[in-house]
Design a protein around this ligand. Structure first.
Ligand SMILES: Cc1ncc(C[n+]2csc(CCOP(=O)(O)OP(=O)(O)O)c2C)c(N)n1
Ligand SMILES: [Mg+2]
Length: 367
């Protein structure tokens, strides 16, 4: 039986909090299981380095994702290369799995325009900061693919807070009516900045909202990488069913927690308790998968140490590459949005140019 048939009110789990198998594991090879573990560890280390760079003034604002590794890595692993991924601003691990180099993500948060440019070979849409705007984009792109006869899945990430936006309703309603091959993946991390999940919706689960749009909704333990993979894999397979009449969208709600702040500009201690954070830390996806892989003989101390060393090297190399780029000129702020600048923006650009003339290029860029 498909996990998608279990309804939107039962939470799907494969590994419990202690790393014990409590559900049917997905079919993944030993190498794939270790690769999922490595990507989650990489994401955790990347996150810590990125926050540290921001604290040292070497990066702008950054949205941390620690705690959300299983949801991101497990779901992105379920895609084939030709499938498309639509990220919000927190999907550093998911986009990496689907082919975006770490230095590209660092450049984005360092304020480089080039950070917006996804590699041609990675089917990843640009990062959406305006909440929920990527949902109608993903639905529209999926519909266009269907009209062209392409059979790819379109995986769209968004948060619990995004479900209160009109774009969520419009995107899911359209997907249900036009059978678009979209997998709507809600990273329910319990908070939309300081607004808790229970102030976001009176629904018992977010997954059940799919019923109103006429397609399957499923809730999964988002701290369990194997459950996330299994659910997403089935949703993706249904989206790109070779028989176009069978293709249907799915809403996946991955229940999880962000351990850190909303962004480096946020202080979560003013709106949530330390006890709550500790309770969720007990569900940490990384030791959970590590225990399972050790107990089934797929990992040992030596392999774990080697993975850790290679991760640290990979992240350091990405930081060096990103910091090796020329700092962006402030004028670049004006170059990518309007073909013809409105008067007010033109005046600001001229002010910048006057400052550059007065202080010179070197000093101007430093200040
Ligand atoms: C349209 C829009 N309104 C408000 C904001 C400000 N804002 C940035 S993040 C955020 C909360 C989003 O919460 P959620 O969807 O749960 O995602 P999370 O940050 O928890 O991953 C808000 C309101 C925005 N970026 N875009
Ligand atoms: Mg949230």
């Amino acid at each position: 039986m498909s996990v998608l048939d279990r309804g939107p009110r039962e939470q799907i789990q494969v590994l419990d909090e202690a790393g014990e198998l409590v559900g049917d594991p997905p079919s993944l090879s030993d190498d794939e299981l270790v690769a999922i573990y490595r990507e989650m560890k990489l994401a955790r280390h990347f996150d810590a380095r990125a926050v540290s760079l921001q604290r040292q003034g070497r990066m702008g604002t950054y949205p941390p994702m620690s705690g959300q590794e299983a949801a991101q890595v497990g779901s992105a692993f379920a895609l084939d290369e030709a499938d498309w991924l639509f990220p919000s601003y927190r999907e550093h691990a998911a986009t990496h799995v689907h082919g975006v180099p770490l230095e590209r993500t660092l450049l984005y948060w360092m304020g480089h325009e080039s950070g917006n440019r996804m590699p041609d070979e990675a089917n990843v849409f640009t990062i959406a900061v305006p909440i929920a705007t990527q949902i109608p984009h993903a639905t529209g792109a999926a519909w266009a693919a269907t009209l062209r006869g392409d059979r790819h899945a379109f995986l769209c990430y968004f948060g619990d807070g995004a479900t209160s936006e009109g774009d969520f309703h419009e995107g899911l309603n359209f997907a249900g009516v036009f059978d678009t091959p979209t997998v709507f993946f809600c990273n329910n991390n319990q908070w939309a900045i300081s607004v808790p999940r229970e102030r976001q919706t009176a629904s018992e689960t977010i997954a059940q909202k799919a019923e109103a749009y006429g397609f399957d909704g499923v809730q999964v333990d988002g701290m369990d990488p194997l459950a996330v993979y299994r659910v997403t894999r089935e949703a993706v397979a249904k989206a790109r069913d070779p028989d176009a009449d069978e293709s249907r969208p799915t809403l996946v709600e991955a229940v999880q927690y962000r351990f850190g702040a909303h962004t480096t500009a946020d202080d979560p201690s003013v709106y949530r308790s330390q006890e709550e954070v500790e309770e969720w830390r007990g569900k940490d996806p990384i030791p959970r998968l590590e225990t399972y892989l050790r107990e089934t003989g797929r990992l040992d101390d030596e392999r774990v140490d080697a993975i850790q060393a290679s991760i640290e090297e990979e992240v350091s190399a990405a930081v060096d590459t990103a910091e090796g780029e020329r700092r962006p000129h402030p004028e670049e702020m004006f170059s990518q949005v309007f073909a013809d600048l409105p008067d007010r923006l033109r005046e600001q650009l001229e002010d910048l140019e006057r400052l550059r003339d007065r202080y010179g290029d070197e000093r101007f860029l430093k200040e």
